[in-house]
Design a protein around this ligand. Sequence first.
Ligand code: BGC
Length: 250
Amino acid sequence: MAHIACGIDIGGSGVKAALVDLDTGEYIGDQIRIPTPKPATPGAVARVCRELVDRLGVGADVPIGVTFPAPVFNGVIPFMANLDQSWVGTDVNALMSEHLGRGVVPLNDADAAGIAEVAYGAAKDAKGVVVFTTQGTGIGSAIIVDGRLMTNTELGHLELDGHDAEKRASSGQKTLQGLDWAQWAERLQRYYSHLEMLLSPDLFVVGGGVSENADKFMPLLELRTPMIPAKLLNTAGIVGAAYYAANHQD
Ligand code: BGC
């Protein structure tokens, strides 16, 4: 495994990239962030990725992982919840090769953050079934079993009480609907007990900015599965993308 890789994290408000030391899971130098272009079409976002790779001076032999806020199945995005709809059906391998002049390893953003937590963070070396969810505009998910990622789970889109779960229980909806911690926790209770019933996990890890306030909502939940906040927070997507790319180059 290479000891340095580059991670690029495509989000709704910013596209961020950094070089990562794979021994420690820490950045080498600074992260660079460019606001997500509007509209966030594939071509516009790929041009931003090119700029980030150029500015970081990523060497030709350094693997690059790129996260997308959507599943990436055989290199293609089958649906897109929270970014421009023109991504649907896009072959991201072809798109990135065209703009970067080299191959990248694409993956889902929550898969990247989840695997980073298992490789370097809150669930380091955890055995059994780890269910990672990341809270934000949507709810992203990753299932890691004995250190191996089951890619492209979309547990944020479970239907719960007739609603798309992330439209009820994401931290983005907490903000949008002005819910207090107790009101939001009621929705989380419903969501995480459902996940618990379906998956019988050994551990829940909750990421996203709101996990910094874990003490405000985790104690309100009654679950038999231990639940802990993520540790890497803002760096998780980039670190996980870099880690995954180094381990999944063809
Ligand atoms: C998307 C997931 C993504 C999550 C977080 C969901 O709406 O469907 O693929 O991981 O948001 O960005």
